[in-house]
Design a protein around this ligand. Structure first.
Ligand code: PLP
Length: 427
């Protein structure tokens, strides 16, 4: 029995399922999770000292790779000044200025502590602004675990096979309408059936919580047009795509301007941070300026701001990183796609920039229903094979692979070799 197995035995006694977030459990791949001791660059080390090439990257935040020294130094310096004051700090002003000066569709921003909080608050302000209650989300999109958004959500809910969640009263989800990703007609129909009642459409501009699913050519601009025509707000949940697809996220990448945007993951540089922002006239409704209440004891925490801001500054200073991430994505995911074809294994590769996933189905995957056709047992076998070869993937068919700036040709080649060897066992 390894140290991970020992720790899991202790963990399950006092932590539900042994983990503090369901996506960390290895249930769907029939294993015990690796307990992690540390990480550096593209590598992560478990408590038995085994080194893996990491494609989880903390589910996105570690876009510069693990343990970036510049970020670390800023964090240590901030710690020396004090961990939390519950009062206004210069770091928060710098963060807000930096975001608003560099992202054209964000005119005002509010910091929170997680992606869940960011989305929950953005929905509240959208409702406050429009005076309408209903929202449209897409099946398979995950927007955190707040009550009203746990409807046909992807991520851990898909893996665990939980249809929504127990403990969410019907009243909480009654105003949540669900449309089909990449299907504008399904959105139009909901607007027709609920005239003047829909406050906002929220979407992951690239879906990355049902595996990676790309928006079709006119999907995002079509949503923009529908929302504008109906007087509803368009919310881009950029908790994964923000500062990843481009510095300005998917909005910049696809040239579509949302009214509100939510951030998390990368914006904290590894610390628990989220943010929501957008058009000034909407954000001016947030308390204490306006009547939409939203608060947080640790929001804008100085240590978290230090980590997040330094990571964002590095990304902004080095626009080449985004071209490099695109190239690495093509190198890794493009080659995986090629290998799948060569060995004629029933898999489909979806990827964009540094995000990618292998779906264990030969059919194309453009929405939730198609994603769910994937063979999760085949995925589990693949996952175990890759872990054995020291490739650390998300333990679920329905999560993305994340590349970081620290991943180089060596790691990509090693990953491709392991992937080819896996395909050989299937061909
Ligand atoms: C991770 C994620 C969230 C939730 O963020 P947390 O920090 O886990 O609360 C929301 N939306 C999207 C698109 C995400 O990927």
């Amino acid at each position: 029995m390894g140290r991970s197995e020992e720790l899991m035995e202790r963990a399950v006694k006092y932590i539900p399922g042994g983990v503090n977030s369901p996506v960390r459990a290895y249930g769907s791949v029939g294993m015990t999770p690796r307990f992690i001791q540390g990480a550096t660059g593209p590598y992560i080390f478990d408590v038995d000292g085994t080194k893996y090439i990491d494609y989880i990257c903390s589910w996105g935040p570690m876009i510069l790779g693990h343990n970036n020294q510049r970020v670390l130094k800023k964090v240590v310096r901030a710690c020396e000044d004090g961990l939390s004051f519950g009062a206004a700090t210069e770091a928060e002003v710098e963060m807000a200025e930096f975001i608003c000066e560099n992202i054209p569709h964000v005119e005002m921003v509010r910091m929170v502590n997680s992606g869940t909080e960011a989305v929950m608050s953005a929905i509240r302000v959208a409702r406050g602004f429009t005076g309408r209650n209903k929202i449209i989300k897409f099946s398979g999109c995950y927007h955190g675990h707040s009550d009203c958004l746990l409807v046909d959500a992807g991520s851990g809910l898909m893996t665990a096979g939980i249809p929504g969640s127990a403990g969410v009263p019907e009243g909480c989800t009654a105003d949540t309408l669900t449309a089909t990703y990449n299907d504008l007609k399904s959105v139009e129909k909901l607007f027709e059936a609920n005239p003047g009642k829909i406050a906002a459409v929220i979407v992951e501009p690239v879906a990355a919580n049902m595996g990676v699913v790309l928006p079709g050519e006119h999907f995002l601009s079509g949503l923009r047009d529908i929302c504008t025509g109906e007087g509803a707000l368009l919310i881009f949940d950029e908790v994964i795509t923000g500062f990843r697809l481009a510095f300005g996220g998917a909005a910049e990448y696809f040239g579509v301007r949302p009214d509100l945007v939510t951030y998390g993951k990368i914006i904290g540089g590894g610390m628990p941070v989220g943010a929501y922002g957008g058009r000034r006239e909407i954000m001016e409704l947030v308390a204490p300026l306006g009547p939409v209440y939203q608060a947080g004891t640790l929001s804008g925490n100085p240590v978290a701001m230090a980590a997040g801001l330094e990571q964002l500054k590095i990304l902004k200073e080095t626009p080449d990183y985004y071209t490099e991430l695109e190239e690495k994505g093509r190198k890794l995911y493009g080659a995986m796609e090629e290998l799948i074809r060569r060995y004629n294994v029933p898999c489909t590769m979806n990827y964009i920039g540094s995000l990618g996933s292998v779906f264990f189905t030969e059919h194309r995957v453009t929405n939730y229903a198609e994603a769910k056709m994937a063979d999760t047992e085949a995925f589990a076998k693949y996952f175990r094979f890759m872990l054995e070869r020291h490739i650390h993937l998300a333990p679920s068919q329905f999560e993305a692979m994340f590349l970081s700036e620290a991943h180089g040709n060596g790691q990509i080649e090693e990953t491709l070799e392991a992937f080819e060897d896996y395909l050989k066992t299937q061909a």
